[in-house]
Write a protein that binds this ligand. Structure first.
Ligand code: PMP
Length: 449
């Protein structure tokens, strides 16, 4: 079997996610035969460094032997059981561990199957909490501009990336969008913190004016990943936490992409010293092995649903694979890898290596910004470095970088004109340097006219 054969069969039978299928008339589809560590290998024997952790899920490398053994062992005993009325050891241990690891005050775990469904759970729980407390006038959500929280209709409603949202607008919940404290837009000479404060004034005014109708504010702490890897100062989150308390509004922290060490701390909220009312976890939770998500919340929220059945205050939400034992075993294996070595310490060294390898990108005539938060580093290509005028999206400059990556052992998948690295934590410095070289040459090609 070779690439061409599998690709031909695929294109006869599949419809791929987030893909205009006609692109594959020009763009090769890459069938992967196996993965080891940071490497993916296709059926023709070509290898690619997975610089984007396969949509940000992989933390400790492909086919990680420890997680693999953990899932294997679980598979011999129990593959799945309904989580209503029944339970199992893996889900209990995982819940205890997540409660111990997440910010103080988060004491309950509710499970779902992916990031979007975790966001749906948090939105529904928040609305339902206020209803149970007699505040049925609260039925709106506040989000930040350029945010992303998933593709199901509720999650899409609280996102703001036009490319994914615009078409479906008539179907979506009405959401109040407040300008994000996105560092990229600060004035020359303005500090990140000053800019965050300026932006926060709008959030404060919105909560003050409309707090009575608002269930929750939802944010991606520190990095808006799908929104082109835009970053903000942690203090914004501390101010937001305090304001949510002042105006009796929940704070939902969507850590689906930034959780589990991505930003330098185990959870991004730690850098602001805050505990949200709901924390959504997914992606890296299972180290990239199996789909699983969790929503953590506090005693107050839990207590507002706890009553006699006849009160009909219970949270009657479920998914078939909620708390699946194999996925929980993968999550336990992942957490054990954090326990077994100083992952965050090693990530600090890797993050420095990523910064060093890309320091010269700032001087590139078509690079407006090189930004970094822990193990996420993003490079923004622009048409005009001085005015920061973007390249028109129709030119699809990022695709040139993607193609160049594939020809040079790298899976780089730019978001529009933003080239980024978000690699598995098992990458080494030599591989980081290779990615930087490929990205540099890719950007040269993409911006040459
Ligand atoms: N929230 C955030 C912050 C995300 O980045 C994503 C996925 N990119 C989601 C939610 C949705 O997760 P999933 O794709 O697993 O539904």
């Amino acid at each position: 079997m070779n690439n061409a054969e599998i690709a031909a069969r695929d294109l006869n039978a599949l419809w791929h996610p987030c893909t205009q299928m006609k692109d594959h008339e020009q763009l090769p589809l890459i069938p992967i035969r196996r993965g080891t560590g940071v490497w993916l290998e296709d059926f023709d024997g070509n290898r690619y460094i997975d610089a984007i952790s396969s949509w940000w899920v992989n933390l400790f490398g492909h086919a990680n032997p420890h997680i693999s053994r953990r899932v294997n062992r679980q598979m011999q005993e129990l593959e799945h059981v309904i989580l209503a009325g029944f339970t199992h050891e893996a889900v209990v241990t995982l819940s205890e561990k997540l409660i111990a690891l997440t910010p103080v005050g988060l004491t309950r775990c509710f499970y779902a199957e992916n990031g979007s469904s975790a966001v749906e759970v948090a939105l529904k729980m928040s609305f339902h909490y206020w209803k149970n407390q007699g505040h049925s006038g609260k039925c709106e959500f506040v989000n930040l501009s350029n945010s992303y929280h998933g593709e199901t209709l509720g999650a899409l409603s609280v996102g703001d990336v036009e490319l994914y949202k615009h078409t479906y607008e008539p179907l979506l919940l009405k959401t109040r969008t407040v300008a994000a404290p996105d560092d990229y837009y600060r004035e020359p000479g303005e500090t990140r913190q000053d800019y965050a404060a300026r932006r926060f004034a709008e959030m404060e005014a919105t909560l003050e004016r409309h707090g009575e109708r608002i269930c929750a504010v939802i944010v991606e702490p520190l990095v808006q990943c799908a929104g082109y890897m835009r970053m903000h100062h942690p203090e914004y989150l501390s101010w937001l936490r305090a304001a949510c308390d002042r105006y009796q509004v929940h704070l939902i922290a969507d850590e689906c992409a930034v959780g589990f060490g991505r930003t330098g701390t185990l959870f991004a909220c730690e850098q602001a010293g805050i505990t949200p009312d709901f924390m959504c976890l997914a992606k890296g939770l299972t180290g990239g092995f199996l789909p699983l998500s969790a929503v953590l919340t506090n005693d107050d929220v839990y207590g507002a649903f706890y009553d006699d059945y006849e009160s009909l205050r219970g949270f009657l939400h479920s998914h078939s694979y909620t708390g699946n034992p194999l996925a929980c075993a993968a999550a336990l294996g992942t957490l054990e890898l954090f326990e077994q070595s100083d992952v965050l310490g090693r990530n600090r060294r890797l993050a420095r290596a990523m910064a060093d390898a890309t320091a010269h990108f700032r001087d590139h005539p078509h690079v407006a910004d090189v930004r970094q938060c822990g193990m996420i580093l993003a490079i923004e290509m622009v048409k005009d470095k001085h005015t920061r005028e973007s390249y028109p999206w129709r030119e699809r400059r990022g695709l040139t970088v993607y193609r160049h990556g594939l020809e040079n052992q790298a899976l780089l998948r730019p978001l529009g004109n933003v080239v980024y690295f978000m690699p598995p934590y098992v990458i080494n410095e030599q591989q980081i340097n290779h990615l930087a070289d490929v990205a540099w040459r890719g950007i040269q090609l993409a911006t040459k006219d």
